[in-house]
Design a binder for this molecule. Structure first.
Ligand code: GDD
Ligand code: MG
Length: 357
């Protein structure tokens, strides 16, 4: 698909996973050993797309430092920075002058998906659409854009985050835009593609197509999704050409030391130089570089930031620990507990009591 360019949106406020919890911006968080964004870029390249424009409203240098001009990935990457966040539609409009192809693939940068991108473009072309939306079915559509279609795959409505969605079919955050449609988005002000552009296109009779499939799909916006998405990558449930090692129960990176009787499984990533003590149990977790898990500790479906330390016998379930924070021995953190970087919890300092007999 050398005749299709891609735009990846990685800006905005990032409200759901407080960026403050870690030093790296969300799209750069290590996920199965590489920045999250590397997985999406690998899928784009595997589909035969070469030119990618990254639209961001912050920290472009962090992306550029890592991915450079894209050569090592077989891509040509251009970075475009918004001075103030322009929203999803404004972000697309803002990169228009860098685009040359007639059809443009556009991605929300926080989605992990196994979609056949060539098939999405094929639907766009054979329905002669102005815009084509990749759609998936989810158990709870309320947190997404709900997108009902008719029998011919024509989009009927676009209802962003509605309390009573009429269908479980949602916007998967991947679109094909006809290049000329991008030019109709107002320039120089914030625009939501979901709340403004799609409803306008539908109201003015544009052909908006839906491409539905059942491939792997997950929005990585919440901490729980990040943790489970990462485990899916490590186990090979979510496809990626950018994994830092073979798929399996655990991905163990350079210099990590794991005690013989520790159990590390469920798609855990063990970062560079991590140490895991005797008898520890680590399941479906993300241990960033230099993290330490003490003897007998339990870490399940949790994230340990770079250099974070978990003391002996501590229990972490569904918890997020910022870079360099210290969780004292036998502390217990559960159910979305979040510890900010550099915070030190003393031994026995936090317990969890659900107050139910
Ligand atoms: N460049 C830029 N500028 N990018 C932005 C901006 C901005 O001002 N605001 C948001 N983005 C990027 C985000 O970084 C993310 O990759 C993508 O646009 C979507 O924004 P989110 O904030 O993650 O939106 P959401 O997850 O609540 O909802 C969106 O995604 C769902 C699927 O995951 C919507 O598109 C929904 O309709 C959709 O169902
Ligand atoms: Mg999102």
């Amino acid at each position: 698909m050398d005749d299709v360019e891609a735009v990846v949106l990685v800006g905005g406020k990032g409200t759901r996973l407080q960026p403050l919890t870690f030093s790296a911006p969300k799209p750069m968080l290590p996920t199965a050993g590489v920045p999250f964004l590397a997985h999406l870029l690998s899928r784009i390249r595997a589909a035969g797309v070469r030119r990618v424009v990254l639209g961001t409203s912050y920290l472009a240098e962090t992306f550029a430092d890592y991915f450079g001009d894209g050569t090592t990935l077989g891509l040509e990457i251009t970075y475009v920075v918004e001075e103030v966040p322009l929203g999803t539609g404004g972000g697309i409009r803002n990169v228009a002058k860098h685009l040359t192809s007639d059809d443009v693939l556009i991605f929300n940068g926080d989605v992990l998906a196994g979609t056949d991108l060539r098939a999405v473009v094929a639907t766009h072309r054979h329905t002669d659409a102005d815009v084509t939306l990749h759609l998936v079915r989810v158990p709870d559509p309320r947190a997404y854009g709900c997108v009902p279609t008719d029998g011919d795959g024509r989009v009927l409505e676009f209802l962003e985050k509605t309390a009573n969605p009429p269908t479980d079919q949602i916007n998967a955050g991947c679109y094909v835009f006809r290049r000329s449609v991008i030019d109709t988005i107002p320039e120089g002000r914030p625009v939501s593609v979901e709340r403004e552009t799609f409803p306008r296109l539908l109201a003015t009779g544009s052909r908006v197509s839906g491409h539905v499939d059942t491939a792997y799909w997950r929005d990585m916006g919440t901490p729980a999704d990040l943790v489970h998405g990462s485990a899916d990558l490590v186990r090979g449930v979510a496809p990626s050409a950018a994994l830092a090692g073979p798929v399996g129960e655990a991905l163990v990176l350079d210099g990590a030391r794991i005690a013989d009787d520790a159990r590390v499984h469920g798609g855990t990533t063990v970062g560079r130089g991590v140490r895991i003590g005797a008898g520890a149990r680590v399941e479906g977790a993300m241990l960033f570089d230099g993290a330490v898990v003490g003897a007998g500790a339990v870490v399940q479906h949790s994230v340990l930031g770079m250099g974070a330390q978990v003391g002996d016998g501590a229990v972490l379930v569904d918890a997020i620990v910022g870079d360099r924070a210290v969780i004292g021995a036998r502390c217990e953190l559960r159910a979305g507990a979040r510890v900010w970087p550099d915070v030190v919890l003393p031994p026995h300092g936090v317990r969890f009591s659900p107050d139910v007999e």
